[in-house]
Design a protein around this ligand. Structure first.
Ligand code: CTP
Length: 464
């Protein structure tokens, strides 16, 4: 295929590397800066959680709980009681959360209401949930009795967000009638109690009182927030963004993909409990907190990154806008302007999704994307069959205001059995519908496997 350069093509075909992102895609962007990763709004509004840490041996475990909450895409504000600070220094949580830890009622040095002594109201109104882990007998008593004697107990009274507590204490304290009565009071008020486990306690005794496991506590928070954990056990490989094919050391052929759709899928999948690997072409947005982020540039690099990870993936969602052609040769030196017409000889790139479709395993679910401008549904159905995939998410990119570089999208999700129209909505909502399709396909796969007597392991797509 020969590509002749024209003035109109120049802006798209001859983008150069002088800028980390493209000024014509974002008029407000300062031209000439080269940020490695430009700050961006989260694709789905981040869940805001206040994590109360109270004074017990298990206080150190709150660091792991914080990390797991962040892994699910939550923004966490840590609040420590005075006793908690005897066990763990606030600095640990400040470093992990990237925020000042609230330690005093009248500290007044941090937060949006610094100096005004109403910070607890600000925090109370902004959070989606209050989690207290570990929760001591004293904190449970304060909550049950409505005592507002420190920041955490005041926050409990001031917030209307759901409250989850994970108690940890000595077995006798746990079993004491006073503690159990306080717990009953809290239960009646709708507070979710994550029951402690049994075993050796730090005090040397054996019995109930050990803080529940961090993943159990985080799961309780997610359930309380209504975030389904229906992708637990799935290992999802997502591709996103454009691929760029070099022409010479400074120029490349690219496309308008922003990466927003793929990043939204990755973020939504994390929240729903999946382990996510994100292989991404260059974008100007921050990746979500995936288990593995693999930045790539060319189609070949994307292909290699995907193929090597394919055996461990139970689901692959290919939202990347992959270049179909690349220059047959990359000039080793910058091509100088000669004044006459220039012809680039192009060759096809690897069709990554078709390659996966040809080597797929029974247990894997493959989902592709198709950006079409005409015969939208018909073309998409053709790709579904030709690439041996389970679903294709198609959008009509000729429609204004949706698709490339927009925060919104309108798609049709097509499987062999049916098609689902998703009306224009945020890319995060579209991502949720794509993941609903994964859940539906997995359920169908499991029931047909059960019917035929074979078993499917979700932990790992075992490849034989
Ligand atoms: N895709 C891929 N490798 C390529 C081209 C596409 O893996 N070299 C994947 C995309 O990530 C997407 C799906 O295939 O999930 C469909 O991409 P699309 O560009 O719409 O389809 P093509 O097969 O390239 O067909 P055409 O561009 O001719 O419409």
């Amino acid at each position: 295929m020969g590509v002749s350069r024209s003035r109109a093509q120049e802006i798209y075909l001859w983008r150069n590397r002088s800028c980390g992102y493209y000024p014509f895609l974002d008029a407000s962007a300062p031209v000439g800066l080269v940020p490695a990763r430009r700050a961006s709004a989260p694709v789905g509004a981040a869940m805001k959680i206040a994590l109360g840490v109270t004074g017990g041996i298990a206080a150190y475990k709150a660091a792991e709980i914080l990390r797991q909450l962040q892994d699910r895409g939550a923004e966490v504000q840590v609040v420590m009681t005075r006793a908690a600070q005897e066990f763990v220094r606030p600095l640990t949580f400040a470093a992990l959360s990237g925020k000042n830890v609230i330690t005093e009622m009248f500290d007044g040095t941090s937060g949006p209401n610094a100096g005004s002594s109403v910070e607890h109201i600000g925090v109370a109104q902004s959070i989606d949930a209050l989690l207290v882990a570990p929760a001591t007998a004293d904190t449970l008593a304060k909550f049950a009795n409505g005592t507002a004697s420190d920041f955490l107990s005041t926050l409990y009274l001031a917030t209307t967000a759901p409250v989850i507590v994970a108690p940890a204490m000595n077995v006798n304290m746990w079993q004491h009638e006073a503690t159990q009565r306080n717990l009953d009071t809290l239960r009646r008020r709708g507070v979710r109690i994550v029951e402690p486990g049994s075993g050796y306690l730090a005090c040397g005794m054996i019995g109930a009182g050990r803080l529940a496991e961090p993943d159990q506590i985080v799961e309780a928070v997610m359930e309380t927030l209504g975030v389904a954990q229906d992708l637990k056990g799935e290992s999802i490989l997502v591709t996103a963004g454009p691929t760029l094919e070099p022409i010479d050391p400074v120029r490349f052929i690219g496309n308008r993909s922003s990466g927003k759709m793929g990043y939204a899928i990755a973020e939504a999948a994390i929240r729903r409990g999946a382990r996510v690997t994100l292989v991404s072409g260059p974008t100007a947005i921050n990746p979500p907190a995936v288990a593995e982020f693999v930045p790539v540039e060319t189609t070949q690099q994307m292909r290699d990154a995907v193929v090597v990870r394919f055996p461990d993936a139970s689901v692959v969602i290919k939202a990347a806008a992959v270049a179909d052609y690349r220059p047959r040769q990359t000039a080793s030196r910058k091509i100088k302007r000669a004044g006459n017409a220039l012809t680039l000889e192009m060759e096809p790139t690897a069709d990554i999704l078709a390659e996966l479709g040809a080597h797929r395993f029974e247990k894997q679910i493959l989902i592709g994307f198709a950006a079409e401008t005409e015969n939208v549904i018909e073309n998409a159905r053709g790709k579904l069959a030709a690439k041996h995939i389970d679903a294709i998410v198609v959008n009509d990119v000729s429609k204004p205001g949706i698709g490339f570089n927009s925060d919104r999208n309108a798609v049709t999700i097509i499987t062999a059995e049916d098609s689902l129209q998703v009306a224009e909505s945020s890319k995060f909502d579209v991502a949720q519908r794509v993941l609903d399709t994964v859940v539906r396909l997995r359920a169908a796969r499991l029931s047909s496997a059960q019917a035929s007597g074979s078993s499917i392991q979700l932990e790992k797509a075992e490849n034989k």
